[in-house]
Ligand binder design. Structure first.
Ligand code: FES
Ligand code: FES
Length: 166
């Protein structure tokens, strides 16, 4: 029976080799914060971290992940949802319907780990997640807030223009 290292715990799972990691996380381990959107690596709703790197779990066969690799889902990102990205998301009321948001947060957290002070171009390059509610401007503002590059009052104008292109 394969083992996965998920959110700091070794977990047993039982699945065909080609079963996407997403379904093991959601259906066997009950970690339903990671969402299914497209199933073809386009939308990013299924984003988790594997050894700190954002990965789209809908196209990652579970058999290709070893127990040595550390999987982190939105549930394990930080105790009490206290990751700087989660706090910034909360402060700026980023989510609308919320469906894409755990994937957005996981992608943003991985970005900030790799680039603690990202430019807008860095954010645009890394944040390829799709949001049907159009939260892109708030996502960008919240990443800058989480990075400590701006203060809350400095981003009022940015979020007022919400609804435009990413
Ligand atoms: S569900 Fe994985 S990228 Fe859309
Ligand atoms: S908040 Fe609704 S899809 Fe992004």
């Amino acid at each position: 029976m394969p083992q996965l290292n998920v959110n700091g715990r070794l977990r047993e799972c039982e699945a065909e080799d080609d079963t996407p990691l997403l379904w093991v996380l959601r259906e066997q381990l009950g970690l339903t914060g990671t969402k299914y959107g497209c199933g073809i690596a386009q939308c990013g709703a299924c984003t988790v971290h594997i050894d700190g790197v954002a990965q789209r779990s809908c196209v990652r066969p579970v058999s290709t992940v070893t127990a040595k690799e550390k999987i982190v889902t939105i549930e394990g990102l930080a105790p009490d949802a206290g990751h700087p990205v989660q706090r910034a998301w909360d402060e700026l009321d980023v989510p609308q319907c919320g469906f894409c948001q755990s994937g957005m947060i996981m992608a943003a957290a991985a970005l900030l780990k790799a680039k603690p002070k990202p430019t807008d171009a860095d954010i645009d390059a890394a944040m390829t997640n799709i949001c049907r509610c159009g939260t892109y401007n708030r996502v960008r503002a919240a990443i800058h807030l989480a990075a400590g590059q701006v203060q809350r009052k400095q981003i009022a104008i940015a979020i007022q223009t919400e609804g435009g292109a990413a």
